[in-house]
Structure formats: C-alpha cells, structure tokens
Write a protein of this length. Structure first.
Length: 323
C-alpha cells in the first residue's frame, strides 16, 4: 500500500487568518514601495498632443526622472487604488537635492494652474527649456535666440512653412502629406502651407515647380527670464509676462487682482520653455515662465509608443532616449 508522509506537528500549522495577514502586509509594502518610486524616483507620462512633434509624438509613453533635479515634495499624496489623497506639504512644492540642475535643451515635465490663483487644479505639460534664469530670449521664425545668439535647433524641430509653386498641379496637398507634412492647407491656388522639419522643407524646396519655401512664424519680442532675487519695477510689472508672474505668487483668488506694486522681488528661478512643434504649441510665448518649484522632472526615455490613429504600436520608438 502507498505510504503518505506524516502530518506536520500541530503547532507548525499556520492559521488561515495569519497567512492572509502576511499576504496583505506584502501587498501593502509593495504598494508603498511603488508609491515612493513614483513620488521620488521616476514616473511615466503619456504625450497627449502634437506640441513636441517630431521629437515626441502623441501616444508616446515617457519616463520622467525626478532624481535629476531633486524629487518634488507634493502638496497631496495619492492613495493607491483609490481616488483619494493624503495631506502632503501644504506650504507648496519644494525639492529634495538632485544631482544636476536644469540645463538648456532639457525636455521637462512641469505643472501649471488652470488659471491665475487656482489652488489644486493643475495640469501636466512637457516642453523643452530654451531660456535659463538671467537669459534674454526672442523667438523669430520659429527659432529661439538666446542673449542675441541663435540656439541650435533640435533634430525634431517642426515649424510652419509656406511653399510657392508655379502651377496648381505641381504640389498637391496629398503629396505633402505623403512626404510627412502635417496641418496642410491651401490659402490660394499657388501657395501651400504645412508643418514639418527643416529636412522636410528642403525636400519640398527641391521638387520641380516649387519656386520657394519660407518659414511662417510671427515674431515674438525679446523677454528677460527672471532669476531668484531679481527686482522687477514700475511698468514692467504691468505687462505680460511679468504681470502674470507676480500675480501667480501673490494672488490667492482668481477673481481678485490687486494693482501692481512699485517693485517686486522674484522668489524663484524662472525658465522659458517652447514646444518643438513651434506652430502648434502653447508655451512660454503665450503664458510666460515656468517656476522652478513647478518642474516635476526630466524626460529621459520613450519606453513605449502607440499610434492613436491606427491604435497600434510604433515599435521603432520603443526604448528610445528622449532627444
């Protein structure tokens, strides 16, 4: 007859309740570790719009390092698996020490309130830093000039262009789309407007029958990027973007806007950011500067990518560094 192993001693058997409690502890520890990693080390973000084309595309999933500039201590802490939050650092976001500082050319994720004076209602944005504290920045023809010198454009920079052709049949809009152009239009029979990189514009310029291709962008006036400790005075505080800057720091209500002071001392370093798709990006040209306290981290890796149009993966973009 088959022999079965003897039953274990009675005192070695764990009650089901104790086993379940151990599993719960392990799950709790795992959730806590995951939460700490998300809050202090790295977090994933999805690119929702075309403002960073062609460097980053809608549907890209990007890892953002929070240790580069130092983890930001949040005002509230999300509770895993719920829609609730716990109190964080009520005095406003501060940063732990990082191993580097924000550099020109970095692609950063940051938050901004939905409107002046908003509390808690914030959105995430991703843009490229072009102006550091103390710089003077101007945007002409979709290109950034810092302290009077043209800033080298990233490889994926996309601008608006106008192509003038000899005949209506020379450059159909479908041909432009096939070449990779976006936002294609025909303001008149001999003009095509589109968005694309400098390389795309060169290919269009080389096509037979194309007379010229020129960049189309409104010029923006030069602005000084304030540094911590700078004193802004007089009429400067009554005009954007400096008016919006001091209001963000001094105004607690969206409906009450006090008169500009005679002078105001900047409390935090500010940064000037642009989208790499200069024709389809809302950025510092529109709403002004990004404060150091609002920077979440540095975008470092596209870990996955899905094409919203085809709802399929873009395998060639998986595990690629953020340019």
């Amino acid at each position: 007859m088959p022999r079965f192993p003897p039953d274990p001693p009675a005192d070695s058997r764990l009650p089901a309740r104790a086993t379940f409690a151990g599993v719960l502890r392990l799950v709790g520890i795992a959730l806590l570790v995951a939460l700490l990693i998300r809050l202090l080390v790295i977090e994933g973000f999805r690119i929702p719009t075309a403002s960073m084309e062609q460097s980053l595309l809608p549907g890209d999933l990007v890892l953002v390092s929070k240790v580069h500039y130092g983890p930001r201590l949040p005002r509230t802490i999300p509770v895993p698996l719920t829609d609730r939050t716990l109190p964080g650092f009520a005095d406003g976001p501060a940063h732990l020490p990082g191993f580097t500082t924000i550099q020109r050319g970095d692609v950063v994720v940051f938050t901004r309130p939905l409107h002046a004076g908003a509390v808690g209602a914030r959105r995430y944005y991703i843009k490229r830093v072009v102006g550091l504290p103390g710089d003077t920045v101007q945007v002409r023809g979709g290109l950034a000039y810092v302290n009077g010198e043209r800033l080298p454009a990233p490889d994926g920079l996309q601008r608006q262009w106008a192509a003038r052709v000899e005949r209506t049949t020379v450059l159909p809009t479908d041909t432009l789309r096939a070449l990779g152009a976006t936002q294609v239009g025909r303001p008149d029979s001999l003009t095509r407007v589109f968005e694309g990189t400098d390389a795309l514009a060169a290919r269009v310029r080389a096509r037979p029958g194309v007379v010229r291709v020129t960049a189309r962008h409104r010029e923006h006036p030069a602005v000084y990027v304030p540094a911590r400790g700078d004193t802004l005075r007089g009429a400067m505080l009554e005009e954007a973007p400096y008016r919006d800057l001091w209001r963000r720091f001094e105004t607690v209500s969206a409906t009450v806007q006090p008169a500009a002071p005679d002078e105001w001392v900047v409390r935090e370093n500010q940064y000037y950011v642009l989208g790499d798709n200069r024709g389809s990006s809302i950025d510092s040209r529109i709403w002004g500067f990004v404060a150091a306290r609002d920077v979440v981290g540095k975008a470092v890796l596209v870990y996955a990518s899905w094409d919203p149009a085809s709802d399929g993966p873009r395998w060639e973009r998986w595990l690629t560094p953020v340019p």
